[in-house]
Design a protein around this ligand. Sequence first.
Ligand SMILES: Nc1ncnc2c1ncn2[C@@H]1O[C@H](COP(=O)(O)OP(=O)(O)O)[C@@H](O)[C@H]1O
Ligand SMILES: [Mg+2]
Length: 351
Amino acid sequence: MSDTQGDTRRETAGLLEIQGLKTQFRTRRGVVPAVDDVSVSVGRGEVVGIVGESGCGKSVTSLSLLGLVTHPGKVVGGSALFDGVDLLTLDNKGIRAIRGRDISMIFQEPMTSLNPVYTVGQQVSECLRSHASGVSRKAARASVEEMFEMVGIPEPRARLDAWPHQLSGGLRQRVMIAMALICKPKLLIADEPTTALDVTIEAQILALMKDLRRDTGTAIMLISHNLGVIAETCDRVYVMYAGRVMEEAEVFELFDSPTHPYTRGLLASMPRIGGERGPRKPLYSIRGNVPDMQQLPKGCRFAPRCDFAMARCVESEPPLLDASHATGNPGGKPHLSRCWLAEASGAGGQQ
Ligand SMILES: Nc1ncnc2c1ncn2[C@@H]1O[C@H](COP(=O)(O)OP(=O)(O)O)[C@@H](O)[C@H]1O
Ligand SMILES: [Mg+2]
């Protein structure tokens, strides 16, 4: 990072500390508060999941960090300290220097992120050379081959000269992961990285991400609508709904003792092959639909769909409350729930 950023550098415990992030889309119909006061932290080498139904603001959260929200969207509040530097205050040049080098991203559809007119080897190599000056073509090619091997691409040397269309979806996603990791980022943001892949390949890619964290210490922010994917991979989880964080907990705690009715609904609607409910019984689904982001309810945003909603829930929105007492895990990492039921258990509030 350049010297000019020295002034904005502050002490942080974690690698990434997003505080009160607000991103809005100003459309002709009005303002869409797509991300509304979201706080997420990622420790060094930690794998953090962000989960929630489609449209709840997961992608906009990650795009906001990297200066990739496009018109009519705008980050209107909050901070995002990465290694002590607030990403949200950087100009284009500053954020571009961090993107792809300290923070890399992979997306759902690897085909659209690869350029069809270059071989995959050229693309990954170019990515390395653009961020690390003075690397010769030959040295870059050798590094790419090594990285292809590391991400489990068979016959890595031959595959360097393959065109994107010659590779399967799973292999293309491995190429994208290789490209994301070639500069040894401190943080990898993976937005629905396996959603376009079949379940066997999905399992392989998730295993690969866990191995990478173990071998390279790269922290990962994994975004998915699928709780199964999150359960498989993450240390800690944030559950998002309608632009808000509804629950935050360590992964085992979230699955063992979910406190927010929205989280419980997501868990109940998760397919469990051979699980207690058996594969044939129809899956539970949360009634109703995600709210219109321009006409949000006054109280809890989930109240209209919640089986436990009380008069109070319709009237006022709960803050993130400490739920660790409700789950018998006080003193562990924070377990927060944006639900009045968490307060009923006698715990104090946060935020
Ligand atoms: N270009 C846009 N114009 C208006 N609203 C948008 C635009 N892009 C996203 N949004 C709003 O932001 C919300 C969150 O989107 P997104 O972060 O992509 O959801 P997720 O990744 O959780 O599926 C959407 O529900 C939508 O209301
Ligand atoms: Mg998304």
